[in-house]
Design a binder for this molecule. Sequence first.
Ligand SMILES: Cc1cc2nc3c(=O)[nH]c(=O)nc-3n(C[C@H](O)[C@H](O)[C@H](O)COP(=O)(O)O)c2cc1C
Ligand SMILES: [Fe+2]
Ligand SMILES: [Fe+2]
Length: 407
Amino acid sequence: MTETVEITPGIHWIGVNDRTTDLFEGMWPISGEGVSYNSYLIKDEKTALIDLAKAIKGDDLLRRIHSLADPSAVDYIVLNHMEPDHTGVLKQFERIAPRATLVCTEKARELLKSFYGITERIRVVHDGETIPLGTHALTFYETPLVHWPETMMTWVTPGQVLFSCDGFGGFGALDGAIFDDEYESVEFYEREAERYFGNIVAKYARMVLRAIDKLAALPIRVVAPSHGLIWRKRPQRIIDLYKLWSGYAVDRPKPEITLLYATMYGATETMMNAVARGIAGAGVPLKVFDIAHTHISYILPALYAGRGVMVGAPTYEGQLLPIMSAALAVVDAKHITGRKAAYFGSYGWSGGGQAGFKKLVDPLQWEILDNLAFPGNPTAGTLEEGEAFGVKFAQAIKNSGKETSNG
Ligand SMILES: Cc1cc2nc3c(=O)[nH]c(=O)nc-3n(C[C@H](O)[C@H](O)[C@H](O)COP(=O)(O)O)c2cc1C
Ligand SMILES: [Fe+2]
Ligand SMILES: [Fe+2]
């Protein structure tokens, strides 16, 4: 059995699957899905590695390299991105591949020092610069903020493979096969790419669009990201998806509604069902999430894609239920701005949830179209009100133009 896969002559996938890490970046759940760290080896007169792996995967990566080449003879290690999921093994590789020159952007040079104390054998490359390997040549394109300031992508000919690192990447370990055409359906990988995009990259959607524009003239035959599927049958597919998702995030969210709710004793949940009924009845696509049981990782794609956000949560200690505030803090960090919103929730005596909600979303320039705070459990009357509240909000989202924007 071989643990590596030749993509085109001389260009090998030497990636590793990670099925033991529960939280990617210490935050995003991947226990069920896993993730791959795709590294590549190009064998020519010179040997080059493209991106590495997380520190815990050093042995696996090294074994793959060994099967193809002598690691101590590696000439170049291209670092498209400095995040430790691709560079964690660098300290080990200083000993293992002592001749290798690290190829990276100027910004990455600073990070090499602060993360790994490495200051030597570095070659800084600039936009459009080429390094010949023999019959192959590498060309580098700076793609800043996809999703760190130092990021670049590497283009190799012949083969016409784009090593796009996190750009066009996705969660999901690879089940034996690594190419899009080796799966009967790529639905899982596309969904996980959208989640990865929403969790990791979408905040910089403008920079993604800029990168796509910059690379538009390349006759790409294979998109080889650092996470997830390698796209050789339909390389344009993943680029188009990233473009579509970036468009939603930047200024074209769809007329759809994401409903986030949380409840302690069910009062707000009872109302949620009435509100959802109203929205659904008005014919606007709706996704409902109980945020206490659904990690925000799975919710962010919907929040990026949709124009309307309905939030239901009760009052707690004079404020919005903290678990909802925590979810909205992630939305704030991800800078999902300019949405149209409404709030509903139960309170016992003083209230405070509604004001707490406003305080959290005002800085995001969310336009609060409506509120429905109610005492205790909803009555038949308040439930009717709730349904009408849902209808009204859905109609407003349906009729809202394209003026929303995510600055
Ligand atoms: C720990 C705790 C703190 C609460 N703090 C407040 C409060 O400060 N002001 C208020 O009006 N209601 C407060 N409430 C009452 C809830 O808002 C009320 O029970 C509401 O119906 C809960 O809605 P739910 O069933 O959707 O969880 C509190 C309830 C609990 C359990
Ligand atoms: Fe990254
Ligand atoms: Fe990554």
